[in-house]
Write a new protein. Structure first.
Length: 331
């Protein structure tokens, strides 16, 4: 692994702070899981997200703004593409597949961003792709604190269906892959776990708790929610899960969801293992994207193909087999 920028620059002054004196908050969370809302709220409390010209602006998709740096997005896309992957093309993705020259180039770019942001006591970066890529970059961040935000898988899948026209099963499979990767990425790192639903239901109380936990881990200079105007608009939560829709989850997805709901420190094993079903469904998603891309038309998943129905049926069957075998082994 490359030498970190922190060791290269030593104690050189960066404005009021040295690189080593600053704290980097890294927001880790699946797409459509409230990463923008949480980042924006913490930015309003004093965490430096960078100049507004560096950030993706507000849109119909996210009316409060994304608080997502375009350069970090470019770095993450470059790393994924260097492994023949994309944000949706991850059925076979592993970080060891990233081509070495591209990795070195993007790490250098990321170091420059960290150096710039570290002029503040506490700074913040948000990018959903970091769920998959954080292990390639985290050593470049002095004093990192991860904040893992999660959301109900059905709600995430519904939001993805609206935005990207993909099926609920495919959206849930993406949710599973991203959240499992996120838990693996933040393992053994200082970490705060936040529920999107708590944030929406009671912004002040949830942010108060987050600020307290961050301060205990060393973050400095953050204000209190009562001193800042409400940033989160509940009306923007347009995708809601019905109780009966949770029956769509596989056994393994339920295990993962239950663990996230406990907000436990993601350090040990909690009984979850990725299954072949997840991979089949993600490969089906990739098949559709590739087919429609080659055809030059828009992606339309509103009418599942025969192939999709067969894959989903096979995926469910495989899940039942895996669960049965594991129950026998554990029993």
């Amino acid at each position: 692994m490359l030498e970190t920028r922190a060791s290269v620059y030593g104690l050189r002054e960066l404005g009021e702070q040295t690189l080593e004196e600053s704290t980097g908050l890294i927001i880790v969370g699946m797409h459509r899981s409230g990463t923008s809302a949480l980042t924006g709220a913490l930015h309003s409390l004093g965490a430096n997200a960078g100049h507004s010209s560096d950030l993706t602006g507000a849109s119909v998709e996210n009316q409060k703004g994304f608080f997502e740096r375009r350069d970090v997005r470019e770095i993450c896309d470059a790393l994924l593409h260097a492994a023949h992957a994309d944000w949706w093309k991850i059925s076979n993705f592993e970080i060891g597949q990233v081509e070495q020259n591209q990795l070195e180039q993007q790490r250098q770019r990321f170091s420059g961003i960290v150096e710039s942001l570290s002029k503040a006591k506490t700074w913040i970066i948000k990018e959903p792709r970091l769920c998959l890529l954080l292990p390639l970059l985290i050593d470049l961040v002095p004093n990192p604190i991860c904040i893992l935000i999660y959301r109900n898988p059905i709600e995430v899948a519904k939001s993805l269906r609206t935005r990207n026209q993909i099926s609920l099963q495919q959206g849930i499979a993406l949710w599973e892959k991203y959240n499992w990767a996120a838990l693996q990425s933040v393992k053994h790192l200082p970490c705060v776990v936040v529920s999107y639903h708590d944030l929406i239901a009671d912004q002040a109380t949830t942010l108060d708790s987050v600020v307290d936990q961050l301060a205990a881990l060393g973050a400095k200079g953050l204000g209190r929610p009562k001193d800042s105007p409400d940033f989160i608009d509940r009306s923007l939560q347009r995708s809601v899960a019905e109780p009966e829709e949770m029956e769509m989850l596989t056994v393994e997805q339920r295990i993962l969801w239950s663990f996230l709901e406990r907000k436990a420190k993601p350090d040990g094993d909690f009984g979850y293992k990725p299954t072949g079903a997840q991979k089949f469904i993600l490969q089906d998603l990739e098949y559709h994207f590739a087919r429609h891309s080659k055809a030059g038309g828009g992606v339309d998943f509103a009418s599942p193909s025969i192939r999709s129905r067969k894959v989903l049926k096979l995926a469910g069957f495989l899940d039942h087999i895996v669960f049965y075998l594991r129950s026998k082994i554990r029993g």
